[in-house]
Design a protein around this ligand. Structure first.
Ligand code: BTN
Length: 243
């Protein structure tokens, strides 16, 4: 499995996407850079990361021989791979803030941006972009961000962490290949941030409301228990958890 190491690039996701347009890319091809000049986050945001301190990488996952009914399954497998990796480094109180922010306590340590390659209305591959905060200790203007070093006091070798994450991605994508979706979803829900706790949300119109996160639907919507025992499903663009 090729690992392409770049000193600097605008975005590893963008680089890998371009590569897939130019040549046949092998499964699990990984692009990692020391410095990302225009890192992309979810919903059009920017991902900033101090040079050489963190992991910013993208993995090409070929799913052309599988039928991926719900893209969210790719998110589940990726989130669980990160949780398992961080557990192996004894990072405490790990959770997944739906859909795929990895938190320790209530601090974000990892962001995931999955971009699917779609051919004839089927997902043939995914570009899985991962920004994992490792040895950075200052996050100006980001009070809810943290890193493995801040949480553990240790300095990490970036290559060692990358190896572990790649190994765990393979582990969970093999489970996905075996179509054991219900177990994957169950395991993912075990780590859902603020599950069954009273929480405050904002909807797309800016209205603030309270509810309890219960679980996720098969397609990946967040299911929230509202007043009068009503459970409502929300898509990513329709709800923000305030915490
Ligand atoms: C988020 O908003 O939480 C997702 C952040 C994803 C950042 C990673 S860093 C490597 C890869 N390349 C990008 O441009 N973005 C992802």
């Amino acid at each position: 499995m090729p690992i392409i190491k770049l000193d600097a690039i605008d975005s590893t996701n963008r680089y890998l996407r371009k590569l897939t347009n130019e040549e046949v890319v092998k499964d699990y091809t990984t692009v990692v850079t020391k410095h990302q000049t225009n890192g992309r986050g979810q919903m059009g945001t920017i991902w900033n990361s101090e040079s050489s301190k963190n992991l910013t990488f993208s993995v090409f996952k070929d799913v052309s021989k599988q039928h991926i009914e719900y893209p969210f399954h790719i998110s589940i497998a990726t989130s669980l791979a990160l949780i398992k990796s961080l557990q192996s480094f004894s990072i405490p109180k790990l959770s997944v803030k739906w859909p795929n922010d990895i938190l320790s306590e209530d601090k974000k340590i990892c962001g995931i941006l999955i971009e699917n390659v779609i051919k004839q209305s089927h997902i043939t591959a995914s570009i899985i972009g991962i920004g994992l905060n490792i040895n950075q200790t200052e996050f100006e203007g980001l009070p809810k961000a943290s890193s493995l070093k801040l949480l553990s006091g240790r300095t990490f070798y970036l290559d060692e962490v990358l190896d572990v994450v790649l190994k765990n991605l393979k582990y969970y994508f093999n489970i996905l290949k075996s179509q054991d979706y219900s177990n994957l979803k169950r395991e993912y829900e075990m780590y859902l941030f603020r599950k069954n706790k009273p929480s405050t949300f904002k909807d797309a119109e800016g209205c603030v409301f309270s509810g309890f996160i219960k679980n996720v639907s098969v397609s990946g919507n967040l299911r929230v228990l509202l007043e009068d025992e009503i459970i409502k499903e929300y898509d990513l663009k329709d709800i923000t958890l305030l915490y």
